[in-house]
Write a protein that binds this ligand. Structure first.
Ligand code: GDP
Length: 464
């Protein structure tokens, strides 16, 4: 199991938290060290590990405790969510052009599984109901063309080839024209991938170029890719990388992205004994998403890359995750009900009114809570702005009231003298103050009515 070692490493982090009541700076420091070690051992690159651990610590310490959820369970959930973010958050599917064939250009070093991916993608496209054609643009290895032809037959899709004499940009362009004339939805282009060379055995025709990321790349190969790209303006340029190369996979994606501009990566051989670091690092390091993963040699062994499923596989704790999610949801609902009750409480005085005016910025969220009450669910942004203006206006009047007057609005209702005083102190007219007092009583009455409705509904629900 690819993530086996990582999963075990993380387990020791959760185990160290058993018996604690709440996550603190002291009691998470050892588990954090375990997490850090586990990720490094899984071949995740050091800067990524550092950022990850500091972000998890911050969230763990800032997290509200959730009733019924143990601290170690909460940490599992935080690590899960952070892993999902690390891997790009959402699934990143293929993009198709609206008209004309969608061109999917595959790049990658030799032996990573690029030709196999061509066939797997063709199989995937067929399942989506899209017609597809494979294009043999790797003209340097006759065997590659033969292999693609065989795979095409196996999948049942046409393979476009012009042998080994033609130039890849021209082949690809011609293939696109042919696809267009035959109304084919997508073409998958297999390009040349030279072997990555070590400094010890540089072939005579190799022009090495060391990139900022320490990757030796074959300039001729890159230039040709650029030309093919220019010739057909592909919708997708996907770099195929071998998961076994660990940290180097992420550096390769970065290099190809800088050199030719890619739209994503395909990680192959995840069924092998890679330690998983590549899957975790590629997005964070390169800024480009992993779109697919290969898990075997068969045609159907290519899957979309789902960050959340991958994170679950890393943690191996699906039940804990769904439990924490449910508890969080229950807590959110309870909080919403509490707030609603406060808003509607019969003792709604000028202090509450003032609190609201000071919380103007939160008006949007207030309106969402109010939206849960039947009949009050259509608060528009214009109404919110209007309410904000109005609240600023009444704030000056409320500030001019005594503490007693704020708590007992009746005093103002009963005494004209008090109203005149408030008007003078706030620079408003007596009439404006009277309107404000009347408004408060109106709101009170309305809220009590709504409260009655809600309680009535609760009673009816309780009877059922
Ligand atoms: P290319 O040189 O990049 O075109 O690589 P190939 O497509 O010829 O694949 C090289 C080898 O890797 C072949 O033996 C494939 O069967 C194998 N291979 C490709 N993808 C996977 C994978 O996801 N899992 C495993 N286990 N083997 C794979």
């Amino acid at each position: 199991e690819m993530f086996g070692q990582l999963t075990t490493g993380l387990e020791s982090a959760w185990n160290k938290l058993r018996g604690v009541d709440v996550l603190t700076k002291e009691n998470i420091s050892e588990p954090m060290r375990d997490i850090r070690r586990a990720l490094l051992e899984a071949d995740v690159s050091l800067p990524v590990v550092r950022r990850f651990v500091s972000s998890v610590s911050e969230k763990a310490l800032g997290a509200d405790t959730i009733r019924g959820v143990r601290p170690e369970q909460q940490l599992v959930k935080i690590v899960h969510d952070e892993l999902v973010q690390l891997m790009g958050g959402e699934v990143s599917d293929l993009v198709f052009t609206k008209s004309g064939p969608t061109v999917i250009l595959l790049a990658g070093l030799q032996g990573v599984g690029k030709t196999t991916v061509c066939a797997k993608l063709a199989f995937y496209l067929k399942k989506l109901g899209k017609s597809c054609m494979l294009v043999a643009a790797d003209v340097y290895r006759p065997a590659a063309i033969d292999q693609l032809t065989i795979l095409g037959k196996q999948v049942g899709v046409p393979v476009y080839s012009e042998g080994t004499e033609a130039k890849p940009p021209q082949i690809t362009k011609n293939a696109m024209e042919e696809a267009k004339s035959k109304n084919i939805d997508a073409i998958v282009v297999d390009t040349a991938g030279r072997l990555q060379v070590s400094l010890l055995c540089i072939p005579f025709n190799f022009q090495p170029k060391v990139t900022a990321h320490g990757i030796l790349i074959d300039k001729a190969m890159m230039d040709e890719l650029k030309e093919v790209k220019k010739a057909v303006n592909p919708t997708e340029v996907l770099l195929v990388v071998d998961a076994m190369t660990g940290q180097e996979a992420a550096a390769l994606v970065t290099t190809f992205n800088i050199e030719i501009g890619i739209t994503g990566a395909i990680l192959t051989k995840l069924d092998g004994d890679s330690r998983g670091g590549a899957a975790l690092s590629v997005k964070e390091v390169s800024g480009r998403p992993i779109k697919f993963v290969g898990r075997g040699e068969r045609l159907e062994d290519l899957e979309l890359f789902y960050p959340d499923r991958m994170a679950q596989r890393v943690l191996g704790m699906g039940d804990v995750l769904s439990f924490v999610e449910k508890a969080q949801e229950v807590m959110r609902q309870e909080e919403a009900v509490e707030l609603q009750k406060k808003i509607m409480s019969a003792k709604f005085d000028f202090n509450d009114f003032l609190k609201q005016s000071q919380n103007v910025a939160k008006m949007g969220s207030m309106s969402r809570v109010i939206g849960m009450i039947p009949g009050m669910n259509k608060v528009t942004p214009a109404q919110i702005r209007e309410a904000e203006k109005r609240l600023a206006f009444v704030e000056s009047m409320i500030n001019a009231m005594t503490a007693e007057e704020r708590e007992k609005p009746e005093l103002l209702a009963e005494s004209r003298e008090r109203r005149i005083r408030v008007a003078e102190e706030s620079g408003k007219t007596e009439q404006e103050v009277s309107q404000l007092v009347a408004q408060l009583f109106q709101m009170r009455a309305q809220m009590q009515k709504l409260m009655g409705m809600v309680q009535g509904q609760e009673a009816i629900a309780g009877m059922g």
